[in-house]
Design a protein around this ligand. Structure first.
Ligand code: NAP
Length: 336
């Protein structure tokens, strides 16, 4: 499978200096919930968020021990910080119920950051299903953020300025739309296609998952206007995201490593994308990159086919999450 060619806009975003990060107590009085704060971009993001005086910093983590360590380290630097670690494994949908229940101890959620993600990007990564029966990249990167958001709508809408941020990726710019288009022309479900082992292809899946996430957040902006939605591209950074990669030394691998080393930004700068979006007061944004609001430059999404696919996919996803958590879509009206 050839690696997709890199569009100019990705280089432009990575090499344009980012504005300074937000300063001051922009999270004062805000209850913040974040997934994926035990590593990489999420970990750097909460270090930055802790400086903004949040009322509560709640870490949703699949390892309570790892989460507690992060929170304790934060408390050393910010003794006044209040927070909690709550168990949530995005690969186990059963854990969402107890997570949401436990979160009810707080009277609202002002900011949810759906940051956790996985990237089993490499050719040798096989199809793996979760215990819930979904392909794991699809479940963690696409289904989980939507489900968590919708299950938390009652908590979010108690906030005077509810906001949900998603860690998207500029990878969505190079994502293939073939599987989506084939499903539509065969009158088949897009969701089913992405969870069909026979249709699974790597290293495409990570990029595709971020395209599906972009389609989802674009739909949420339209159909859940009571909550600000921002799809943030942190940009390429060296984290544990490639943890499954077992490099086989070839010229191609060497070239990839050099390319990545040359083009990455620091994890702190990647996290600054999340924190600048957290401080943003201007409402929903289709995409956020280089520390500023932007519009996705994926031309497929603007085409007639892309618009139709976005609608079909969102409707299918609503059916899916409704099966998992009945009633969670009740605030969404597809009628405009
Ligand atoms: N790094 C990049 O170049 C880059 C570029 C664009 C977008 N992004 C996006 O940024 C986000 C963060 O990635 P990262 O680079 O910081 O990767 P990372 O270092 O691997 O961190 C991923 C985080 O997600 C958590 N996570 C993974 N699977 C989970 C699950 N089943 N349940 C709960 N938590 C889970 C991990 O928890 P554990 O500590 O328990 O593993 C970890 O905290 C992802 O959405 C990624 O797609 C990254």
């Amino acid at each position: 499978m050839p690696t997709p060619s890199i569009p100019w806009s990705i280089y432009r975003d990575l090499w344009t200096p980012m504005p300074a990060g937000p300063k001051g107590p922009y999270l004062a009085g805000k209850i913040v919930v974040i997934t994926g704060a035990t590593s990489g971009i999420g970990l750097e993001a909460i270090k930055q968020l802790a400086k903004a005086s949040p009322e509560q910093l709640i870490l949703a983590a699949r390892s309570i021990e790892a989460g507690e360590k992060v929170l304790n380290d934060l408390k050393k630097a910010h003794p006044n910080i209040k927070g909690k670690v709550i168990y949530l494994d995005l690969m186990k949908l059963e854990s969402f119920k107890s997570f949401v229940e436990e979160l009810k101890a707080f009277d609202r959620v002002d900011l949810l950051i759906n940051n956790a993600g996985i990237n089993p990007m490499f050719e040798e990564a096989p199809y793996k299903s979760t215990e819930d029966g979904y392909e794991r990249t699809f479940q963690v990167n696409v289904l989980a953020p939507l489900l968590l958001t919708l299950m938390l709508v009652p908590q979010l809408t108690k906030s005077s300025e509810p906001k949900v941020i998603y860690s998207g990726s500029d990878g969505h710019l190079v994502a293939d739309s073939d599987l989506i288009e084939t499903s539509i022309s065969n009158n088949e479900s897009i969701v089913k296609a992405y969870n069909d082992a026979g249709k699974y292809q790597n290293p495409k899946r990570y990029f595709e998952s971020k395209l599906l996430l972009q389609m989802t957040t674009r739909s949420l902006i339209k159909y859940l206007p009571s909550i600000s939605t921002i799809n943030v591209n942190p940009g390429l950074a060296m984290t544990n995201l490639g943890r499954e990669w077992v490099p086989i030394i070839t010229f191609e691998t060497f070239r990839t490593i050099v390319w990545v080393m040359f083009n990455t930004r620091t994890v702190g700068k990647a996290a600054r994308n999340l924190t600048s979006a957290a401080a943003w007061q201007g409402g929903s944004q289709d995409y956020w990159t280089g520390g500023v609001p932007a519009a996705s430059e994926n031309l497929y999404l603007y085409s007639g086919k892309g618009v139709k696919a976005t609608q079909q996919f969102f409707e299918e996803m609503l059916e899916e999450v409704e099966k998992i958590s009945p009633g969670c879509t009740s605030d969404i009206s597809l009628k405009q």
